[in-house]
Write a protein that binds this ligand. Structure first.
Ligand code: AR6
Length: 181
């Protein structure tokens, strides 16, 4: 699904975060130590190669809600922005901390003149955040940042969902928060 919001294209689609060839920066659902791990982080580090962990080492540890930026190494993307999402039921208040991931990632994108960014559904795997709640926070926060017109360079924000059911949830949130006029 594709929407236009205040001059920025917002998309949600089903796919693998490591296969977004047309995107300048992909976002990693990282761990505090920016190590390989599983899920999104495992896939990103596998595709990027060992140079990514090497570049990450001096940047770790990061705090919940924080974001740091590195190169893309062997990925098709110029940058990786690593975010540490909240562990659901542990790191509170979860919506604020999850929102900070999206806010801080977009801040780094702007600082680095990035035109396109792809987010996975941060915290909704191993960290246990219910997808529907997380989708609401993700889309609302991105819209808030765009509406505050802090972004001069960003033209495209893509949400990449692993499963078809997850995509449906995002599509429902997109339709509700950005209805056709
Ligand atoms: N592309 C897109 N989405 C994916 C992919 C992929 N290749 N793989 C999984 N997902 P998770 P978290 C979805 O667990 O909850 C790691 O081990 C998945 O279905 O990657 O923030 C880190 O090292 C889910 O909806 O991230 C941390 O320790 C979403 O992406 C910890 O897991 C996020 O799942 C972070 O946990």
């Amino acid at each position: 699904m594709v929407k236009q919001f205040k001059g920025v294209t917002l998309e949600c689609l089903q796919g693998n975060i490591t296969a977004q060839r047309d995107i300048t920066a992909i976002v990693n659902a990282a761990n505090a130590w920016l190590r390989k791990g599983g899920g999104v982080a495992g896939a990103i580090h596998s595709a990027a190669g060992p140079g990514l962990e090497q570049e990450c080492r001096p940047l770790a540890p990061i705090k919940t809600g924080e974001a740091v930026i590195t190169g893309g190494h062997n990925l098709p993307n110029r940058f990786v922005i690593h975010c540490l999402g909240p562990v659901y039921g542990v790191d509170k208040p979860e919506p604020i901390l999850l929102g900070n991931c999206y806010r801080n990632a977009l801040k780094l994108a702007e600082q680095n003149k990035i035109d396109s960014i792809a987010f996975p559904a941060i915290s909704t795997g191993i960290f246990g955040y219910p997808l529907a709640e997380a989708a609401e926070v993700a889309v609302k926060t991105v819209m808030e940042v765009i509406a505050a017109s802090k972004l001069e360079h960003l033209k495209l924000v893509r949400f990449v969902l692993f499963g078809q059911q997850d995509l449906r949830v995002y599509e429902e949130v997109f339709s509700r928060l950005m209805p056709e006029k």
